[in-house]
Write a protein of this length. Structure first.
Length: 245
C-alpha cells in the first residue's frame, strides 16, 4: 500500500491526515484502513475520528495526551499524536474489499416519490426508464457519512445521469428520499432542506435514533445496491418497517 500522506494540526485538539486530493476508491481504502486501525488501537486521549473523501480528522484531549505520553516530555500534543499516527500507518492493514458489507436498498422511482426524475431524464436526453436502469446498475461505495445523521455520500454513479443541483433548494425533503447532485447520488435519512434532484424514495429507514449502538443503516466502506420497486411494494415494505418500529 502506498502510504503517502500528510498530517496537519486541526486547531489545538485535532489533526487531519490527508492521503490525497482526488475522490477515489484507492484513497478511501487508505482512510478506511487507518480508521479501522484506530478503532482497534485508540490512543489515550483520543475522542473520535471523522472520515471524509480524502482525509481523516482525529480529535483528542491535548491535556490527557500530554499527561499520558510522558516519554515524549517537552513535545506538544500535536507532535505526540502525529508520531502515533505515523506508527499506525506503518502497521495498518490493507482493507479487504471482499469483506465489505453490501446493503440492498429498494427504491420507488418517480411520481410523488421522485418528483425530479423527469428533469434528470430530460437534462441527460434519456427516458425515465433509462435513468432508473442506469441508477440501479452500479454497486456504490459509501465514501462517508455527513450533512445530516446517516446521510451517505456514494461513489460510482454513471456520469450519464449526472445532473446539477436544483437552482432553488427545497425547504423540506421527505425522509428516505434518494437524489442526485452533480456526479453524486445519496439519500436523505431524515427530513431536511436540500437541493439534490429527488428521483425516488426508499421504504427502508436509513437512520434510527432509537438504536443507540448502530443508528445509521450505512457506514463508510459499505457497498450499496439500489433496486427498483413498485408503489405497491413500497407501501407494503413501509408498512412492515412501521410494524417493526
Amino acid at each position: 500500500m502506498n502510504n503517502d500522506f500528510e498530517i496537519k494540526p486541526l486547531g489545538e485538539a485535532g489533526v487531519i491526515v490527508k492521503f490525497g486530493n482526488e475522490i477515489s476508491p484507492d484513497i478511501h481504502r487508505k482512510i478506511k484502513a487507518l480508521s479501522d486501525y484506530l478503532e482497534q488501537h485508540p490512543f489515550v486521549g483520543m475522542v473520535e475520528y471523522v472520515i471524509s473523501y480524502t482525509s481523516l480528522a482525529i480529535y483528542y484531549n491535548p491535556f490527557i495526551v500530554k499527561k499520558s505520553f510522558i516519554m515524549y516530555k517537552g513535545q506538544s500534543a500535536f507532535q505526540i499524536v502525529a508520531t502515533y499516527i505515523k506508527d499506525c500507518v506503518q502497521k495498518m492493514q490493507k482493507v479487504d474489499e471482499n469483506n465489505a458489507k453490501v446493503v440492498e436498498i429498494p427504491v420507488c422511482y418517480g411520481g410523488e416519490y421522485g418528483p425530479d426524475i423527469e428533469f434528470v431524464a430530460k437534462h441527460n436526453n434519456l427516458s425515465v426508464e433509462e435513468v432508473i436502469k442506469l441508477h440501479t446498475a452500479p454497486q456504490y461505495l459509501v465514501y462517508m457519512i455527513g450533512f445530516c445523521p446517516g446521510f451517505p455520500y456514494l461513489g460510482g454513479m454513471n456520469k450519464r445521469i449526472a445532473t446539477p443541483r436544483r437552482e432553488v433548494p427545497r425547504v423540506k425533503i421527505p425522509a428516505r428520499s434518494i437524489g442526485i447532485a452533480g456526479e453524486q447520488t445519496g439519500g436523505y435519512p431524515i427530513s431536511t432542506p436540500g437541493g439534490w434532484q429527488i428521483i425516488g424514495r426508499t421504504p427502508i429507514e436509513m437512520f434510527n435514533p432509537k438504536d443507540e449502538q448502530n443508528p445509521s443503516l450505512l457506514h463508510s466502506g459499505d457497498l450499496v445496491k439500489f433496486y427498483a420497486i413498485s408503489e405497491q411494494e413500497y407501501l407494503a415494505l413501509k408498512g412492515e418497517q412501521a410494524d417493526e418500529s
